[in-house]
Design a protein around this ligand. Structure first.
Ligand SMILES: [Zn+2]
Length: 153
């Protein structure tokens, strides 16, 4: 059982919930929210009822929420997937293998990669060029170092 505490007390402590120990008007004995005083189970039931009665409103709200937070949500799911793949490497491999068997997916991915390449060709070319130059410099330095040590290659 949670600690019995008044709404005012919970508010001064900065808590989000309080518990009176008394049942709500629907007979639930559970914590209530400080912000509106409704019981937690009632709040869930209300929102479920509201969802059932106003499917378009909910869809609209979800759509708006998604549009406003698209970047953050995408980033979150990307990070989550990354973590999941690390924790489940075998399953992740199976999923991508199965996905790759789908011809439509294969075509889409190839098209996307092609488009990306076309859009970033210059950048990609410069990047690989730079990497090649760095590699060459490293090899040259290595050769010089070996020569100075008298090592024949
Ligand atoms: Zn209730």
């Amino acid at each position: 059982m949670p600690e019995i505490i008044t709404r005012a007390e919970a508010k001064t402590r900065g808590l989000k919930h309080y518990f009176t120990g008394k049942p709500c008007k629907r007979g639930h004995v559970c914590e209530r929210t400080v912000s509106c005083g409704s019981c937690c189970i009632c709040a869930i039931e209300y929102s479920r009822e509201f969802r059932a009665l106003n499917p378009e409103k909910i869809r609209e709200r979800d759509r708006k929420h998604y549009a406003q937070n698209r970047k953050r949500l995408c980033e979150y799911s990307k990070q989550y997937m990354k973590k999941w793949r690390k924790l489940n490497p075998e399953r992740a491999r199976n999923i991508s293998r199965k996905r790759w068997q789908n011809e439509e997916y294969r075509e889409k991915t190839r098209a996307r990669n092609r488009a990306y390449y076309q859009a970033h060709r210059k950048e990609l070319y410069e990047k690989s060029n730079k990497a090649r130059k760095v590699r060459e410099l490293k090899i040259r330095a290595l050769i010089l170092a070996m020569e100075s040590l008298g090592i024949e290659i």
